[in-house]
Write a protein that binds this ligand. Structure first.
Ligand code: FES
Length: 673
């Protein structure tokens, strides 16, 4: 939507906006919170002030060094922008890698000469009038994303620069993995026209109702509390964000969309903006028909909604968009997508599964000692009824009350077949430095014991691929793999199992795996000189092109497979992993000097740096606590790190570490905390 202003007036307006924004930044300088009033109101209403503040520590006006190469590799970004009537829009821009890049930690450059998106996207006109944008740099295939908010300015015919105001890497929850292929020889001048309208068309409504993902743009005016939507002399901040769930998570009623607000990072950037400035723009990608459906209108938050089918995953929080205007923007057919899998975090929301939020009371019906360190527990419902359904890879969250009275939650893979609904079997390895969970289970649980559990979840689902499935297990990592072997066999699908343990005595379920896999299982004993050793390179080299590999075991094994995959150019979407961490018996005590807090902490073998910081009430951001989301990544000032995460790339690990899992190699570390 273009408005005819002379270039002189535009420049004056942009100058005024930027100057005002600087003044605004100064006026906020006494308040060190990275959140504006709307975000704080929503955090408070949601009861998440503490976690919001904790996670807000990742917000900075400097891009993390490790993200700089990530930005330059991307072919897709999402931008939020504001039109002359004050409506907020989201656009998706595609371009040759390098079309977006960081000049330094505070400045991003956008090169429109190598963008392949439609030239008539309203983004280009809107930024001429209002330079405030939100930027989401997202790689769907790896679920990595980086948020940047700032002001954009045209510096020559093709290039734009964005001054970073706020940035942080986001957690990867609810992102469905897709691979984007881009043929950059495309001629975008041949694309059909951008269409627009007010009333949603039936095919658009259907696309939205079946969507598993969309992006949302929101904005907030910062200075004048009662500024009108068309008063651009008041500075804005804008945000672009991702939303995802299983198809059907967006409810469409005429021009009204209702969206559940799942548990997130507690910062509430989108809802905080809507609280202050009730407008939003959504963009849905029609992956099959190469177009974007962009909708914009008024938005409002719905608190404490009745949610009998658990659509909101327990928050009872929804938000609504009333569509006032839509745009349908073609994207080049040379952009193609390959869907890979749904996020394991997507809440299930149908009625049949709503019972899954209940606490289960289970009774131990049998205990079997599989090896010296591993016991199998068969669990039945206390009322001997049917148990909630599971899938291969599911785990059972068990809530234990230790003799000290402390309650802890531990997750164990379910090894029984997904066809079995009368009992679950879990295998528990007694940790040499147990923090209470495995020791309690081994020593206290006997046939007849009762325990509480939450409904099973699946963070390591087995996909429905056409090719062969390679299953690799290390030690106790056999547990989810065991349920996968049973499922693959019952579905008559091709698979091979490669199972590593120290010795045959340490290998649980050796006979069982051998029997089910029938000639398709290979065993390796790392401490037995006569045993063959697992050759990851040879295994992955010999795999056929459409093979998928599932690995569960210690960090070292998973990293060996991921690194080999990189070297052999495996599609990362075909490597699925679940970590059981590193055996902490080799962990040593070390000290960490925290430069920002001006404190020194001691980290004992059985705890992580993050554990100690939480105990000491030192605010740091975190989410997964498994080295998978990157939320807890911090800058390393000095010291050698043993990286155990699955988030940071090799080059990023030179500058940062994930403090939930990674440790010092020596006795000391200095970190920017
Ligand atoms: S909290 Fe997710 S990587 Fe550390």
């Amino acid at each position: 939507m273009l408005v005819s202003l002379t270039s002189l007036r535009r420049r004056a307006l942009i100058f005024q906006l930027n100057r005002r924004f600087k003044m605004n930044s100064l006026s906020l300088s006494a308040d060190t919170s990275p959140f504006h009033k709307g975000e704080k109101i929503v955090q408070s209403k949601a009861g998440e002030v503490e976690s919001g503040n904790r996670n807000g520590t990742v917000i900075s006006n400097q891009i993390i060094p490790g993200a700089i190469p990530f930005i330059a590799q991307q072919s897709m970004i999402v931008v939020s922008h504001i039109d002359p009537t004050g409506n907020v829009w989201a656009s998706v821009l595609f371009g040759k890698p390098g079309f977006i890049k960081a000049i330094n930690r505070s400045l991003i450059e956008l090169d429109s000469s190598i963008i392949v998106s439609h030239t008539d996207d309203s983004f280009w006109g809107n930024i001429d009038i209002n330079p405030t944008i939100g930027l989401l740099i997202i790689e769907l295939s790896t679920r990595r994303r980086l948020r940047i908010n700032g002001k954009i300015e045209k510096i020559d015919n093709y290039r734009y620069q964005i001054m970073v105001e706020q940035t942080y890497p986001n957690c990867p929850k609810y992102i469905q993995r897709r691979n984007l292929s881009l043929d950059t020889d495309n001629n975008r001048s041949l694309l059909p026209k951008v269409e627009s309208g007010n009333q949603l068309k039936p095919d658009q409504a259907q696309l939205i109702a079946n969507a598993d993902s969309f992006f949302v743009a929101s904005a907030c005016q910062l200075l004048e509390s009662n500024a009108s939507a068309t008063d651009f002399s008041s500075p804005f901040t804008a945000d672009a964000s991702h939303r995802g769930g299983f198809p059907g998570f967006v409810e469409v009623k005429g021009n009204r969309l209702r969206i559940p607000d799942y548990p997130g990072n507690s910062m509430f950037n989108t809802l905080g903006n809507i609280e202050m400035y009730p407008h939003a723009g959504l963009v849905f990608i029609d992956f099959d028909n190469s177009k974007l459906i962009q909708v914009s209108g008024s938005a409002k938050i719905l608190w404490d909604e009745e949610d009998l089918t658990n659509q909101s995953d327990g928050t009872q929080r929804f938000w609504e968009l009333y569509i006032e205007r839509w745009q349908e923007t073609p994207i080049p057919a040379s952009i193609s997508w390959q869907f890979f899998d749904y996020s394991p975090h997507n809440p299930r929301s149908n009625k049949a599964e709503s019972n899954n939020t209940e606490t289960l009371t289970l009774q131990v019906s049998k205990v079997v000692e599989e090896t010296k360190a591993i016991k199998t527990f068969t669990l039945v419902s206390n009322d001997h009824g049917i148990l909630p359904a599971i899938e291969a890879g599911s785990h059972l969250p068990i809530v234990l009350t230790l003799p000290s009275g402390k309650q802890i939650e531990r997750h164990y893979s379910i090894i029984s077949s997904s066809d079995e609904n009368r009992f679950y079997k879990i295998a528990v390895q007694k940790q040499s430095r147990s923090r209470g969970g495995s020791e309690f289970i081994h020593n206290q649980l006997v046939a007849g014991s009762l325990l509480s559990a939450k409904a099973p979840k699946n963070a390591f689902p087995l996909g429905n691929h056409s090719g062969c499935t390679l299953l690799v297990a290390g030690g106790i990592g056999i547990t989810p793999i065991l349920s996968m072997i049973q499922t693959l066999k019952s579905r008559n699908r091709p698979f091979e199992v490669h199972y590593v343990a120290k010795t045959q005595q340490d290998m649980a379920f050796y006979e069982k795996v051998k029997k089910i896999a029938q000639g398709r299982a290979y065993f390796y004993f790392s401490k037995e000189p006569s045993s063959p050793k697992l050759d990851v390179v040879a295994l992955m080299k010999s795999a056929t092109e459409n093979t998928h590999l599932y690995v569960c075991g210690p960090t070292k094994l998973i990293n060996a497979i991921r690194d080999t995959g990189n070297i052999l150019d495996w599609n990362p979407e075909k490597i699925h992993f679940e970590s059981f961490g590193t055996n902490n018996k080799d962990n040593k005590t070390f000290q960490v000097n925290l430069t920002k807090t001006n404190a020194v902490i001691t980290v004992k073998p059985q705890e992580s740096i993050l554990d100690v910081l939480i105990k000491k009430k030192i605010n740091v951001a975190y989410d997964c606590k498994r080295g998978e989301c990157g939320m807890c990544a911090v800058d390393i000032i000095k010291g050698d790190v043993e990286h155990r995460d699955f988030y940071l790339s090799k080059s990023e690990q030179n500058a940062q570490m994930c403090i939930c899992v990674s440790r010092a190699k020596d006795s000391k570390l200095v970190l920017a905390i």
